[in-house]
Design a protein around this ligand. Structure first.
Ligand code: ADP
Length: 458
């Protein structure tokens, strides 16, 4: 890369640590398959493999969807027109850090208020009949019915008090009643299940739905006969969607190639020792992993070495946790200019890193590339596992994916395909056989679809 011998040696080591070759990927995929089987067999396994209670798919009518995903809260009015067609209108608001860690009652009141405002904006506040709402609540919930469940634990930076061990549907319904909002929470939906359903609404060969946004998770269609732990009695369909909760894959740290930068991130997170796979592949964390590498280089005087006085002033922002956002990585990776003009500008405006040299910019871009590429390849291992486990390699399938990381990070999808080709060499035309595709706002439409299924079941 044109650095000093010390810099070059450091980078060689970093490249080695962040590279996951085909052989290693295959081992990860195989372990993933084993963990899937364990999760289907009994409760309490690392991959929770939660039956979603969702069986049906083709529906029509007006439904509300509410998506509490991580960064934003979305309220969506979905009009299902049948035959794979739908219309949506939505509003989006930010969930403040204060709400994320405060009492659950405050969060629910805030959500109810957002729904109320949205209904007023849409002229739906005086509805005679209650609107059915599908609640996409994307945290590990053990479901007992289509609209009942218990939150086992928070993830992705949430830590509201008075919520773990409780039913998020009842808590929200209470808040809606307190405000007299004419809405019935009729379905509880994980965002991966919603993404799968919305993708399946116009792509009937959909096998799985993935989220690659703030967090990472996936759902797929499983045969009832494989869900050994099922105790819910007879179902109308012989298939059910399973929410894998795969962010927790390898919480035992048996196989994932964790570096000291990952360990540092985990230790300093609000949920240490959990969501280990998610922490290596999702939007909330990639910037922080990269920042950990950058600060390590700074500490070793391999990067941004200036006179003592200025370097202290400079390192202030980059030393702050979470200051290096995953979106910066996207922009840096997209910078193909000869002298890295955009990279320099991003670092200048966002982190007060002035006068970055071209060589330094090159190093920083390389680090982003290593972290981003590893994430895409590791994420692909989950798809390879689902494909192998379900045995659809020959027939082919669609996989719907939602989330800013997948949508905006340059080459994320291309890197996933590349890894899939390595892990599934027997599939000749992989792009047209295992078809990855963006299911934008998929979870909203999916939640509406689930609310419709639920309303019919009553
Ligand atoms: P959520 O998963 O919360 O529903 P998103 O899918 O929008 O919402 O994901 C938000 C996450 O995506 C954030 O963690 C953010 O770091 C990351 N992100 C946002 N924009 C980009 C981008 N341009 N490139 C890569 N990651 C991004």
């Amino acid at each position: 890369l044109g650095g000093t011998p010390e810099q070059e040696a450091y980078m060689r080591d970093i490249i080695e640590q962040f590279t996951v070759d085909t052989n290693y990927l295959n081992q990860i995929r195989d372990r993933f398959i084993k963990e899937m089987d364990k999760g289907l067999e009994k409760n309490g396994a690392t991959l929770a493999m939660i039956p979603s209670y969702v069986e049906g798919r083709k529906e029509e009518g007006h439904f509300l969807a509410l998506d509490l995903g991580g960064t934003n809260l979305r309220v969506v009015l979905v009009t299902l027109l049948g035959e794979g067609k739908f219309k949506t209108v939505s509003s989006k608001s930010r969930v403040s850090d204060e709400l994320k860690i405060g009492p659950m009652r405050n969060l629910c009141d805030y959500i109810a208020e957002c729904v109320d405002t949205f209904l007023t904006e849409q002229g739906l506040e005086d509805q005679e009949t209650e609107l059915n709402l599908g609640y996409t609540f994307s945290f590990p919930v053990l479901q007992s019915k289509i609209n009942r469940g218990i939150l086992s634990t928070w993830t992705k930076g949430f830590a509201c008090t008075g919520a773990a061990g409780k039913d998020p549907v009842l808590l929200l319904q209470d808040a809606l009643l307190r405000k007299h909002v004419p809405v019935k929470v009729s379905a509880l939906v994980n965002d991966t299940v919603g993404t799968l359903l919305s993708n399946a609404y116009n792509k009937p060969d959909t096998l799985a739905g993935l989220i690659l946004g703030t967090g990472a998770n996936g759902a797929y269609i499983e045969k009832m006969s494989n869900i050994k732990k099922w105790k819910g009695g007879k179902t109308t369909s012989d298939e059910m969607i399973i929410n894998m909760e795969f962010g927790a894959f390898d919480n035992e740290r048996k196989i994932l190639p964790l570096t000291r930068f990952d360990n540092k991130l985990d230790r300093e997170s609000i949920n240490p020792h959990s969501q280990i796979y998610e922490k290596m592949i999702s939007g909330m964390y990639l910037g922080e992993i990269s920042r950990n590498v950058l600060t390590d280089m700074i500490d070793r005087e391999l990067l941004l070495k200036r006179d003592e006085h200025t370097s202290i002033a400079w390192s202030k922002d980059i030393s702050r946790h979470w200051s290096f956002e995953t979106a910066f990585m996207s922009n840096i990776e997209a910078d193909n200019s000869k002298d890295f003009t955009n990279t320099k500008e991003i670092l200048d405006t966002n982190l007060n890193l002035h006068d970055i040299t071209t060589t330094e910019a090159k190093f920083i871009k390389k680090i982003c590339e290593l972290v981003g590429k590893r994430a895409a390849r590791l994420a692909a291992a989950s798809i390879a596992a689902i494909v192998e486990h379900t045995g659809v390699a020959e027939k082919g399938c669609d996989i719907g994916i939602d989330g800013s990381l997948y949508e905006f990070y340059p080459s994320f999808e291309a890197r996933m395909y590349e890894a899939l080709e390595e892990m599934l060499p027997e599939i000749k035309d992989l792009h047209n056989t295992i078809r990855l595709g963006l299911a934008r706002d998929g979870s909203g439409v999916g939640a509406a679809l689930t609310a419709c299924v639920a309303a019919r079941m009553e």
